[in-house]
Design a protein around this ligand. Structure first.
Ligand code: NAD
Length: 522
């Protein structure tokens, strides 16, 4: 049922709801004492499902950052000496604890962020997967042995632990992003200090409690190896400024990256930036349209358009536009929007009122630019105005301008016609962000061109799959305004270690490189 905002009932009463009670039961089951979420006058945490208050958490003062990094730095000095496979044992235990907690933590993700139960559990599965990956990695951290120009010399690379790793995470993957970083950082020999989103402290507290159980079972990990800083962006800023934090892995908006990156550059610290996306897909004349429709629908509407990899721009070849787009419009009109815990609802809530306002502003701008908007209205649920449910919007745009050029973190899909593949690739690349992209085609030449050097300029380029829903085995991240960082699989681990090139002379001579002569008459 849809309604205008003005006609919505006021926020429901403050009596503990089933949502609040369920969140408290989950927190207790996961090992979080309730007094941590019942701080008088603390930071309020609301469920986007109903708008109800889930708890109030105490924010740590800025001074806490120094103390926490002090301890993390001491932990680093000890942890870097623990053999990597033994470090992997801690991550193996973390994976076991996450398996045991999967259902409950997934449910808490649903309550705090509004993801569907399947996506909530899927997020925890991603944490388990990266743990498995990192355990294997702990026996494979390797360097090269290289040919040297000097006789009886050996040249090699060695990889060493880097130092304290600061993790700043976004609300929309409230726990998985921590695990992508933490699992790799731990096996690489680095302690982790985590500043989660101020919108998702409950799942962070629960994850921290789960990690504490793994640490207890491990036995002799140094104090402060994994720490949590609950705070606002100023806490994140203090973490960024601390000279002992060797690497800051920051996930969030491009605006956040613009604030963080220069500070890290100024102190020559390492930055791993995972920022906003403005992802596109191309549907070519030969595409399997049934498959494309399903891929587009999940990528554009899933997680209520609140994934960094959400599909936001769709380029449809003019020969199939009038076949595909009306089908998409019908899918947008009929998709179930509402509490995602109820069967049939595939699109859950926006995170908060600000997200709803941003969505409406973008739709107004699209209309002003000549766009035809399908959907985008407020959807009324039993929660009334306290929760922000919006029907996903499909916007047919005459030109690639205005709001199309920027990420609005809401379910809006801008659709445009194209004539040639060159034109579609140029449009794909014509935005600041460079995270994810797709082409739907059965034409081998088109598919190969799209993933080639003259194709998509994004960190992720897919064929016959939408742009969202990456596996942890690959390196994850994007180019340009997405920040250039890579997390998770492949060789992403190298960001968490420092490389040393070693040359060892086992001869009785001292030949210099490049044949340089420097003979002292001593
Ligand atoms: P956000 O930028 O508002 O906040 C992200 C985190 O950064 C929060 O923990 C916040 O407290 C912190 N922060 C903000 N300003 C800061 C500053 N100046 N110094 C230090 N810390 C600061 O983002 P959000 O609304 O939580 O998340 C949505 C955004 O994140 C979208 O743009 C989305 O595309 C992006 N995102 C990117 C990825 C990726 O891997 N590329 C993954 C998830 C989300």
């Amino acid at each position: 049922m849809t309604a205008s905002l003005a006609s919505l009932p006021a926020s429901s009463s403050a009596t503990p709801s089933s949502v609040t009670a369920q969140a408290h039961a989950l927190l207790q089951a996961l090992g979080v004492p309730l007094d941590q979420v019942q701080a008088e006058g603390g930071w309020p945490v609301r469920s986007p499902l109903t708008g109800e208050l889930l708890g109030q958490v105490a924010l740590q003062p800025a001074s806490a950052v120094t103390a926490v990094v002090d301890q993390a730095q001491r932990a680093f000095l000890a942890w870097r000496e623990v053999p990597a496979p033994r470090r992997g044992e801690l991550v193996r235990l973390l994976g076991e604890e996450l398996r045991a907690a999967k259902t409950q933590l997934g449910q808490l993700v649903t309550l705090e962020v509004g993801k569907s139960p399947s996506e909530g559990e899927g997020e925890v599965q991603e944490m388990i997967d990266i743990c498995d990956f990192a355990v294997g990695l702990s026996r494979q951290l390797h360097g090269l042995t290289l040919a040297t120009e000097r006789a009886q010399h050996r040249m090699m690379e060695t990889w060493h632990p880097l130092g304290v790793c600061g993790v700043i995470s976004a609300f929309n993957f409230p726990v998985a992003v921590w695990s992508w970083n933490a699992a790799l950082a731990l096996v690489c020999g680095d302690p982790v200090v985590w500043k989660p989103s101020e919108k998702t402290p409950l799942t962070a507290l629960a994850t921290h409690a789960i990690a504490q159980r793994a640490l207890a079972r491990f036995g002799d990990a140094p104090e402060g190896l994994l720490s949590l800083l609950i705070g606002e962006r100023d806490t994140g800023a203090d973490l960024v400024d601390d000279p002992r934090v060797a690497l800051v892995s920051a996930t969030g908006s491009t605006a956040m990256g613009r604030a963080v990156a220069p500070k890290l550059a100024a102190r020559f610290a390492r930055a791993l930036l995972e920022l906003g996306g403005n992802n596109a897909a191309i549907v070519a004349p030969s595409a399997d349209l049934d498959l494309a429709l399903r891929g587009i629908a999940f990528a554009a509407m899933g997680t209520a358009g609140q994934r960094c990899t959400t599909l936001r721009r769709l380029f449809v070849h003019e020969s199939i536009y009038d076949t595909l787009v009306p089908r998409l419009v019908r899918a947008y009109a009929s998709v179930g929007v509402g509490d995602p815990r109820e069967p049939g609802n595939l699109v859950g809530p926006l995170i908060d009122e600000a997200a709803w306002q941003a969505m409406q502003q973008a739709l107004d701008a699209a209309r002003a630019a000549g766009g035809t908007v399908h959907g985008g209205e407020r959807v009324l649920t039993a929660a009334g105005a306290a929760a922000c449910y919006a029907r996903p919007a499909l916007v047919e745009m005459p030109t690639h301008t205005g709001p199309v050029l920027h990420e609005t973190f809401a379910p809006i899909l801008y659709v445009l016609r194209y004539q040639t593949l060159d034109e579609a690739i140029a449009l794909n690349n014509a935005v600041g962000a460079g995270l994810s992209s797709s082409i739907f085609t059965l034409n081998l030449r088109e598919a190969e061109r799209f993933v080639s050097a003259t194709g998509s300029d994004c960190g992720i380029a897919n064929v016959n799959i939408g742009p969202s829903g990456a596996e942890i085995g690959g390196a994850f991240g994007g180019e340009k305004e997405t920040g250039g960082g890579r997390e998770a699989g492949s060789d992403s681990w190298k960001a968490y270690m420092r490389r040393a090139t070693n040359t060892i002379n086992y001869s009785t001579e001292l030949p210099l490189a490049q044949g340089v002569k420097f003979d002292l008459d001593a």
